[in-house]
Unconditional design. Structure first.
Length: 164
């Protein structure tokens, strides 16, 4: 009787059926996923240029950095794609500070400071400025002066990199 028990068990093992071990496969996929996430490079296009702009060309060598997005088009000044003030109104102002832009930037700075206190996300004060290459220099100076006075002194101008 003992002999018969072992022979039945042996026949079941040799039947050609193979069971897949899902635990090992899940471990393997998890390791691959972690590896890919660790090696993923964020050095791509961090900024999406506005369709309304023609950005200037440059031979810049620095990689882009993220920051608060300030767009200066021929018609509007936008902060994070939200219209703040018309460009023609800014050109009529006498001083260098644009009040509507300053209040919008101050609101974003307050939110960033709140995030810093709650979650420990450091507020960098960085702003990326996209401006059409045909805009008057005085307009760009006003935007930059306003950013500097509104807790965003670290400004980067977005340009297209010349190839070659």
């Amino acid at each position: 009787m003992n002999n018969r028990y072992f022979s039945k068990k042996k026949n079941k093992r040799d039947s050609g059926e193979v069971k897949l071990q899902l635990t090992s496969m899940m471990d393997m996929f998890t390791i691959i996923l972690v590896f890919l996430l660790k090696t993923y490079s964020t050095q791509g296009q961090l900024i999406n240029p506005s369709r309304d702009l023609t950005l200037p060309n440059s031979v810049v060598q620095h990689a882009p950095e993220t920051g608060l997005d300030v767009t200066v088009s021929k018609d509007w000044i936008l902060v994070n794609s939200k219209p703040v003030v018309r460009t023609e109104e800014v050109m009529k102002l006498d001083g260098f500070i644009v009040p509507a832009l300053r209040s919008a930037l101050a609101a974003y700075a307050r939110e960033a400071r709140k995030m810093e206190k709650l979650y420990g996300v450091e507020f960098s004060g960085k702003a990326t400025i996209q401006a059409d290459k045909e805009l008057p220099y005085r307009l760009l100076i006003k935007v930059m002066a306003t950013c500097g006075q509104s807790e965003y002194p670290n400004m980067r101008l977005v340009v297209y990199k010349k190839e070659g």
